[in-house]
Design a protein around this ligand. Structure first.
Ligand SMILES: Cc1cc2nc3c(=O)[nH]c(=O)nc-3n(C[C@H](O)[C@H](O)[C@H](O)COP(=O)(O)OP(=O)(O)OC[C@H]3O[C@@H](n4cnc5c(N)ncnc54)[C@H](O)[C@@H]3O)c2cc1C
Length: 518
């Protein structure tokens, strides 16, 4: 089913307890802080129905239309199609929406990989898991991820002294479980469902049972309170802050004040091992979408820097070209990681096409760790006008307009208004409060940097370099025992080979991944 934007708006226009800066929000679809983000998601729904974009964003399976993003990937063609679909969306939106549901839908492909292991642990939720995986592919609802609790003292386990540091089950009823706690969630005030699971942490099997729960939360459920951070959009400043006013996706601390989760929405319950399994495999697909957004962001950075350099004529300087080249080298390496992750994809436990894990996670580290430095290059190339440009109102004011036209036009080609627009756009890309918030999102939104590194540590094939040096130095085999988490490497040829080795097939093999905190 392909959803319409009006169905989406109607579904989120329910009586939710949403709070922003001391105000209770009645309707997120019209409130100025939320409406722009709602419009972005609605625009994607509209594009799915638009003949101009429909074929890139949707396909027909068994007579039913589905989004290309939500389909479980089984081939390289599926991945290229997903990448094309998101590129079409971003080019039409004119900016990057960080949370549109694709990352969370990809978490369901990981769930599908874990399905048999979860059912081995506790068969009672098998039907729920299957139903939720199917729904995530077919109903086109807006799903988000709820992982992060406020956590309190990270060095302490949750327990009787600090019961509220993680979300927990406080009661079981005939209708379902009752949960209490809080989670940080981007887009929660205007999404449909939150895939909710325990926080990233090295709890292992010692996580008390009541905290080891995973479920789908209907964001219209009674007892949810959405306490939002302040927004960046300011009516009347759209021309000065074009991105703040269109791409602010407000996060909320979502409080679960004894919320009833119906049994049919429960995926696992009282299963610390399930919690670890789900968290350790969560981003094996969704990291692709996360990194892909940074690739698109890189193109925005390069375009903004190059346009400014061309306007001011500094692109003839070799030192300037070197900086532009550094941007493009960073961009191309992200592109290469994404592309290679699919070309050298691995077969997942459920037979899905999983991006090559080592390449994908290494690409995530590369993209995120260099991002701040790349923004600094754009800042440098744009020059001080980025911070000094008067507002659009001054360009309109008859008393000042002519001065600005005179001094800020560049020759005959660049009119002052275009220079202003470019500086305003670039400022909102790299300098404004909105820009630094997006930088924090890239740093933490999927998981913190130390977890990004841990993912590479646990997926890189250490055996290659080990055996290279063992053989070259003539070392004894015992010196180079195989580590417990080193996976088989897959190659393009492996993928097509009939005897492609299945990875992490058994529970024991999943256990070996327990330390992977991605
Ligand atoms: C803009 C934004 C949007 C977000 N959206 C969502 C969302 O939609 N859903 C969601 O669930 N979460 C979301 N988050 C939360 C995000 O997942 C967390 O911020 C992130 O997991 C880090 O957790 P924390 O903030 O509690 O940091 P902490 O756990 O306090 O960690 C802070 C720092 O301490 C150090 N540290 C902590 N533990 C270790 C360790 N074991 N080893 C080494 N160093 C360590 C690291 O330097 C780390 O960066 C969002 C965050 C941001 C900023």
């Amino acid at each position: 089913m392909i959803r319409t934007s009006s169905d989406y708006r109607a579904a989120i226009r329910k009586d939710r307890d949403i709070f922003l800066d001391g105000e209770r929000i009645k309707d997120v679809t019209t409130h100025p802080a939320f409406a722009p983000a709602v419009d972005l998601r609605a625009r994607i729904y509209d594009m799915q129905a638009d003949p101009q974009h429909r074929d890139v964003l949707t396909s027909t399976v068994g007579g039913h239309s589905r989004t290309i993003i939500a389909a479980v990937p089984f081939s390289q063609a599926h991945w290229w199609a997903k990448r094309r679909a998101n590129e079409r969306v971003f080019s039409q939106l004119g900016g990057i929406a960080s949370r549109t549901g694709d990352e969370t839908v990809a978490e369901f492909w990981s769930l599908r990989d874990c399905r048999d292991a979860l059912v081995d642990m506790d068969p009672q939720f098998a039907g729920n898991i299957d139903a939720q995986i199917l729904a995530s592919q077919t109903d086109d609802l807006f799903r988000i991820s709820a992982n992060t609790d406020p956590k309190g003292n990270r060095a302490e386990q949750p327990g009787p002294k600090n019961p509220d540091t993680l979300l927990r089950v406080v009661k079981e009823t005939d209708a379902g479980i009752v949960v209490r706690g809080a989670k940080f969630e981007t887009a929660a005030p205007y999404a449909d469902l939150a895939y909710t699971k325990p926080n990233i942490a090295n709890w292992g099997d010692t996580l008390p049972d009541e905290y080891a729960v995973g479920f789908i939360c209907d964001l219209n459920a009674k007892g949810l309170k959405f306490i939002c951070r302040s927004g960046f959009s300011r009516p009347g400043t759209e021309r000065d802050y074009p991105l703040s006013n269109r791409f602010d996706e407000i996060e909320a601390l979502v409080v679960f004040d004894d919320v009833l989760i119906p049994w049919e929405h429960v995926l696992f319950h009282r299963q610390p091992r399930a919690a670890t399994l789900i968290r350790s495999t969560l981003h094996r697909y969704s990291a692709f979408f996360f990194v892909h957004r940074i690739l698109v962001f890189a193109d925005f950075l390069i375009g903004a820097a190059l346009l400014s350099c061309r306007q001011t004529g500094i692109d003839r300087e070799q030192a300037v070209r070197d900086k532009l080249t550094r941007l493009s080298v960073w961009r191309e390496a992200i592109h290469a990681h994404l592309t290679a992750a699919i070309v050298l994809a691995e077969k997942s436990p459920a037979g899905q096409m999983m991006p090559n894990q080592s390449l994908l996670f290494a690409g995530r580290v590369h993209a995120v760790s260099e991002l701040n430095a790349m923004m600094q290059i754009v800042r440098e190339l744009s020059g001080g006008q980025l911070a000094l440009m008067p507002s659009a109102a001054s360009f309109d004011d008859p008393e000042t307009a002519d001065w600005l036209k005179n001094y800020l036009s560049i020759g005959e080609d660049v009119v002052a208004e275009d220079r202003r627009k470019l500086m305003a756009f670039t400022r909102d890309l790299i300098n404004s409060e909105h820009a630094s918030h997006k930088l924090s999102f890239q740093l933490f939104g999927q998981s913190p940097p130390h977890a990004h590194l841990a993912s590479v540590y646990h997926t890189f094939d250490w055996d290659g370099p080990l055996s290279l040096v063992r053989d070259a130095a003539g070392l004894d085999d015992k010196t180079c025992h195989k580590g417990p988490t080193a996976p088989e490497t897959a190659t393009y040829g492996d993928w097509h080979a009939p005897d492609m080795p299945e990875r992490q097939h058994s529970l024991a093999e999943f256990d070996a991944l327990e330390e992977n905190l991605s």
